[in-house]
Design a protein around this ligand. Sequence first.
Ligand SMILES: Nc1ncnc2c1ncn2[C@@H]1O[C@H](COP(=O)(O)OP(=O)(O)O)[C@@H](O)[C@H]1O
Ligand SMILES: [Mg+2]
Length: 158
Amino acid sequence: MKTELQYKTSLTTVEDMSQFASRFAKTVNTGVIIYLQGPLGVGKTTLTRGFLRGLGYNDKVKSPSYTLVESYHVVDRTVDRTIFHFDFYRINDPRELEHIGIQEYFTANAICLIEWPEKGFPFLPEADLDCYLAFSERGREICLIARSAKGREIIGGL
Ligand SMILES: Nc1ncnc2c1ncn2[C@@H]1O[C@H](COP(=O)(O)OP(=O)(O)O)[C@@H](O)[C@H]1O
Ligand SMILES: [Mg+2]
C-alpha cells in the first residue's frame, strides 16, 4: 500500500526484510534521519543490515546496543556517505546523548538510522521518515511515514 506519505508492506522472512531494506536504501539521499520504531526482536537491526548491504557495505554490521552508535563509510562512484546506526535502548537519561556530542552526527552527508529514538528525546532532531515495524502472523509488517520533503522523496522512490 502506497500513498504520497505512507508505504506499507509485509515481510515474511529475514530474506524479504533484507531485500526490502536494500531497495529502501537505494531511495535514500544523504542528510536524512530515519527513526526505526518497534519492539525488541522485531527486526530494526536486521533492516539496518540489509540497508547497509543495499549501499554496498559488505562487512560485519554489529548491533550498537552497547556502543550507542556504529558508523559505516560507503564510497561509490558518485557519493561518499557515512551511515550512523544508533540504538538508544540502554539509555537511562537522554542527557547521555549530549555527552556523546549527538548533534555532531546529523550532518549533510550522513544517513542516521535510530533505534529507540523516544529514549533520546528531546535531544534528537525530528525524523525525515518514521519506520514502524510490527510482528504479525505472516512475519513482520512495516510502515514508513514521511515527515518531511526528504521523507516524501524516499516514499516516492519505493
Ligand atoms: N521477517 C523478518 N524480518 C526481520 N527479522 C526477522 C524476520 N523473521 C524473523 N526475524 C528474526 O527476528 C530477529 C530480529 O532481531 P533484530 O533485528 O535484532 O531486532 P531489533 O533490532 O528490532 O531488536 C532476528 O533474529 C531475525 O532473524
Ligand atoms: Mg536492534
